[in-house]
Design a protein around this ligand. Structure first.
Ligand code: PSU
Ligand code: MN
Length: 298
């Protein structure tokens, strides 16, 4: 593992760091917007007074903090999608991979980074009771002490089943200024949360308690977009239903499912889903930077 000097310095000085994932860059956003977005995401962290640590596997090395060349590599073609189990294989063969939420959380934990921002978590897919398609993101969050700020789970998933799995695996979930679990492009879902938080200090206090208890688990901070920024619900429902039907028709399975759905949804919505996706990541990064700052000060 290689930790960039800027990230190492921040860690040693106890100043705030926000981890960022790379699958969203390689497989979640269309080129060339993805590279522009990757740079902007890092800048939002900096503007908030924290250090960004984008995580990826580059030429066989797990990197925490990417330089401009590495960021461009990750935004280019031919980059593997790397979940936790793929990391040692890619490292052993000198490969290059973009880490998912699961992969990012595993590396961030090793690097001692406590706060991470992404778009939406992976979770339980519809039909998982027969396909067993459940993202490794949930298991990774149960076994690595990294808090992730996200807009809930992607609404292409079975949101209720995902919340049940997080309960089973003892992944704590708090709503950021909401009592409802958000649904990625949409600001809310029909699912109530047990806990809501109002401030970064409150989240930092939870992280401290987890540290003291050596809890080992992460934390999901669910941050909805304000309603005026969400995707039009009627268009959302129609487009998501069509994309899911096409994925089934085309026999898409395994790790290809999520990138296929996200890509198809951007096409079917003429890019409207993409703008909302970018907005929610920006919002999550701002909240993550505030939490990292509160945690560093505590
Ligand atoms: N959130 C986004 N865009 C994405 C993803 C999340 O806004 O592309 C990615 C994350 O990297 C997440 C992955 O970990 O999708 C989930 O993939 P799977 O369902 O195959 O576990
Ligand atoms: Mn899957």
């Amino acid at each position: 593992m290689h930790i960039a000097p800027e990230v190492r310095a921040a860690r040693d000085a106890g100043t705030p760091i926000v981890a960022l994932e790379s699958t969203i860059i390689s497989h979640g956003l269309p080129r060339p917007r993805n590279l522009e977005a990757a740079r902007e995401f890092e800048q939002i962290v900096r503007d908030a007074g924290a250090v960004p640590a984008t995580i990826a596997i580059v030429d066989g090395v797990a990197r925490v903090g990417l330089d401009a060349d590495a960021l461009a590599r990750i935004a280019g073609e031919g980059v593997a999608k790397a979940s936790v189990r793929d990391i040692p294989i890619l490292c052993a063969r000198g490969g290059t991979g973009a880490t998912t939420v699961a992969g990012t959380v595993a590396i961030a934990a090793r690097a001692g980074i406590r706060v991470f921002a992404t778009g939406g978590l992976g979770g339980v897919h519809h039909g998982a009771s027969t396909s067993f398609d459940e993202s490794a993101d949930i298991a990774a969050l149960s076994s690595h002490p990294v808090a992730v700020v996200c807009a809930g789970v992607k609404s292409v998933l079975d949101v209720g089943a995902t919340l049940e799995r997080m309960e089973t695996l003892s992944v704590p979930v708090v709503g950021w200024r909401t009592g409802r679990f958000p649904m990625f492009w949409l600001s809310s879902s029909e699912h109530d949360l047990d806990w809501r938080v109002e401030s970064a200090d409150e989240v930092a206090a939870i992280l401290r308690e987890q540290d003291a208890a050596r809890a080992g688990a992460g934390l999901v901070v669910a941050n909805p977009l304000p309603e005026d920024l969400q995707w039009d619900p009627a268009e959302h429902d129609a487009v998501v239903a069509q994309a899911r039907a096409e994925a089934e028709r085309d026999g898409i399975h395994g790790k290809a499912v999520t990138p296929y759905l996200l890509g198809r949804i951007v096409e079917l919505s003429s890019g409207r889903s993409l703008e909302v996706n970018l907005d929610l990541v920006r919002s999550n990064i701002r909240v993550a930077a505030a939490i990292a700052t509160a945690y560093a000060a505590a």
